[in-house]
Design a protein around this ligand. Structure first.
Ligand SMILES: Nc1ncnc2c1ncn2[C@@H]1O[C@H](COP(=O)(O)OP(=O)(O)O)[C@@H](O)[C@H]1O
Ligand SMILES: [Mg+2]
Length: 281
C-alpha cells in the first residue's frame, strides 16, 4: 500500500499518564531516523508535554551541539472565547490550516492529544489514519475503553471514549471512504510478569475484538524514560554517557526493540518521500 500525502497518526486515550506524549515523540523520532519527514502537533494545551519535550530537545541540541533530527512542531491552542460555537469554528480553522500546510511538506504527522475529551481532541481523532491508544498495564486503566467483567475479562459496556472513536470512524468512513486503523498498546508493563499482566493482556484482546481494533506488543516499564524527557531525547537518539550513566544498557536496547515492534505493528503504508532527512543545525 502507498500513502498519498502525509499519513496522520494520532495518539489518544482520555486518561492522563498512559504514555501518549512519550509514545508520540518516540514514534516521530523513530520515523525521522528512518529518513522520513515528520511533523508533530500538540493539541494538549493544558499539559503541552510534547511541546515541552520538543523544546527540551532543541535546548539540548543548542547547548551540546548533538546532531539529532527535529520534527517540524506545531502547538494548536484551545480557543477561549465566550461563544462555544465560535471557539469550535476557530479551532476547526487552525486545525485544518495546520494539516493542510503540513500535508504536502512531510510524510507523517503525529498528533498528541490530551487526557480529556475536547473539540481539538475530537478533530485529531477524526483526522487520524492511524490511532494509537497506549493503556497503562492494569485492569483499572482499561475502563477508559470499556467496563470489564473482572471474573471473565469480557467487556460489558463500551466507554464514552470508545464510543467517540467509533463515531469518528463512522463519520470518516462516510466522508472519505477510509476508516481509522485503531491500535491498542499496553504500556509500562511490569517486568515481573504477574497474574495481573496476563489478565490484562487477555482483557485487552477481548476488548480489541469488541472494538474492531488491533493490539500491538506492549512497552515495558523502564526507568530510562524518566531521564529522557528533561533533555528531549528518545531511546532512538545517540545518548551520551551523561544520560545513560554509562554504556547503553540492555534495558535501553530492549526499549528500542519494543518501539520498533510497535511501529511494525502499525503497518504504516510506504510513503514516496525522496527528500533527505532534516537535521537540526
Ligand atoms: N514505558 C515506560 N516506562 C516508564 N515510564 C514511562 C513509560 N512510558 C511513559 N512513562 C512515564 O509516564 C509518565 C506519563 O507519560 P506521558 O507520556 O506524559 O503520558 P500522557 O501523555 O498519556 O499523559 C511520564 O513521566 C513518562 O516518563
Ligand atoms: Mg500527554
Amino acid at each position: 500500500m502507498v500513502q498519498n500525502g502525509a499519513r496522520i497518526i494520532a495518539v489518544g486515550n482520555e486518561k492522563g499518564g498512559s504514555g501518549k506524549s512519550t509514545t508520540a515523540l518516540h514514534l516521530a523520532v523513530y520515523l525521522l531516523h528512518q529518513g522520513h519527514r515528520v511533523a508533530t502537533i500538540d493539541v494538549d494545551s493544558r499539559q503541552q508535554t510534547l511541546t515541552r519535550y520538543v523544546r527540551n530537545r532543541r535546548t539540548t541540541v543548542e547547548s551540546t551541539g548533538r546532531q539529532v533530527p527535529m520534527p517540524k512542531h506545531v502547538h494548536l491552542p484551545t480557543a477561549w472565547g465566550d461563544s462555544i460555537r465560535e471557539n469550535q469554528k476557530a479551532e476547526q480553522d487552525i486545525f485544518n490550516r495546520a494539516i493542510d500546510g503540513l500535508r504536502g511538506e512531510v510524510d507523517y504527522i503525529v498528533i498528541d492529544t490530551p487526557g480529556f475529551d475536547g473539540n481539538l481532541a475530537r478533530l485529531a481523532h477524526g483526522a487520524a489514519d492511524t490511532l494509537i491508544t497506549p493503556i497503562n498495564d492494569s485492569m483499572i486503566d482499561l475502563d477508559v475503553l470499556a467496563k470489564i467483567d473482572l471474573a471473565s475479562g469480557e467487556p460489558i459496556e463500551t466507554s464514552p471514549y470508545s464510543r467517540n472513536v467509533q463515531k469518528a470512524r463512522t463519520e470518516r468512513m462516510a466522508a472519505t471512504g477510509r476508516g481509522i486503523d485503531w491500535v491498542l498498546v499496553r504500556n509500562r508493563i511490569s517486568n515481573l510478569g504477574s497474574r495481573n499482566a496476563s489478565q490484562v493482556q487477555d482483557a485487552v484482546e477481548k476488548l480489541a475484538a469488541r472494538l474492531g481494533c488491533r493490539v500491538a506488543d506492549g512497552i515495558a516499564e523502564r526507568v530510562i524514560f524518566r531521564s529522557l524527557f528533561p533533555i528531549g531525547m528518545t531511546v532512538f537518539d545517540p545518548l551520551e554517557a551523561d544520560v545513560l550513566g554509562g554504556a547503553p544498557s540492555m534495558s535501553h536496547v530492549n526499549a528500542r526493540q519494543e518501539y520498533r515492534s510497535l511501529v511494525a505493528a502499525l503497518q504504516l503504508p510506504r510513503v514516496t518521500s525522496t527528500e533527505p532527512m532534516r537535521l537540526s543545525a
